[in-house]
Design a protein around this ligand. Structure first.
Ligand code: S3P
Length: 174
């Protein structure tokens, strides 16, 4: 059985959808940022502020590698985990990779009201958000399955993902 891996930009709802999926599939839920916190004692945002993005990407890569060699789980990745080629190859090999595709118009209000994220563009406008989102699109597009989150609840998204995951026989249908 393969890992079920959620990717997508910050604010796409990976954690929310991941938890629904994990409980429906009876699989453990793992949040990459939480594993990094466990390893380093720092939330990802605080880690980036203290040590910089480059060092963060190293610990992120290390934690991701360890999770992927462990038992099957539903994994919510950080939005930038796909930027590294080895990360992408590992995820594609060892998991079923889903991209929660979210337009910048939906992300903007979520990110404005959420906690401060150091890698978000400043000022946080739709135009600036779209710029960074566009830079990442080629990486998100390399997933196995793309799902638009627009007009879909976390539960609806989870059902559509599970159907696909089962169709590909990544998990038993019972
Ligand atoms: C990041 C996304 C964050 C976190 C870190 C970097 C990114 O996770 O890993 O701040 O580069 O997109 P979420 O996508 O869960 O917010």
């Amino acid at each position: 059985m393969k890992h079920l891996i959620l990717t997508g930009f910050m604010g796409s709802g990976k954690t929310t959808v991941g938890k629904v999926l994990a409980s429906s599939l009876n699989l453990p839920f793992v949040d990459l940022d939480a594993v990094i916190k466990g390893e380093s004692g720092l939330f990802s945002d605080a880690y980036i502020l203290r040590f910089g993005e480059k060092t963060f990407r190293k610990i992120e890569k290390n934690c991701l590698r360890k999770i992927l060699t462990g038992p099957a789980c539903v994994l919510a990745t950080g939005g930038g985990a796909v930027l590294d080629n080895q990360n992408r190859q590992r995820m594609l090999h060892q998991g079923f990779v889903v991209w929660l595709k979210t337009p910048s118009r939906l992300l903007l209000p979520r990110l404005k009201s959420g906690h401060s994220r150091p890698l978000l563009p400043r000022p946080l406008s739709q135009k600036n958000l779209k710029k960074i989102l566009d830079q990442r699109l080629p990486f998100y597009r390399q997933c196995h399955f793309t799902l638009s989150v627009a007009n879909r609840s976390p539960k609806e998204l989870a059902i559509l993902i599970m159907n696909q995951y089962r169709k590909l026989r990544c998990t038993p249908t019972s």
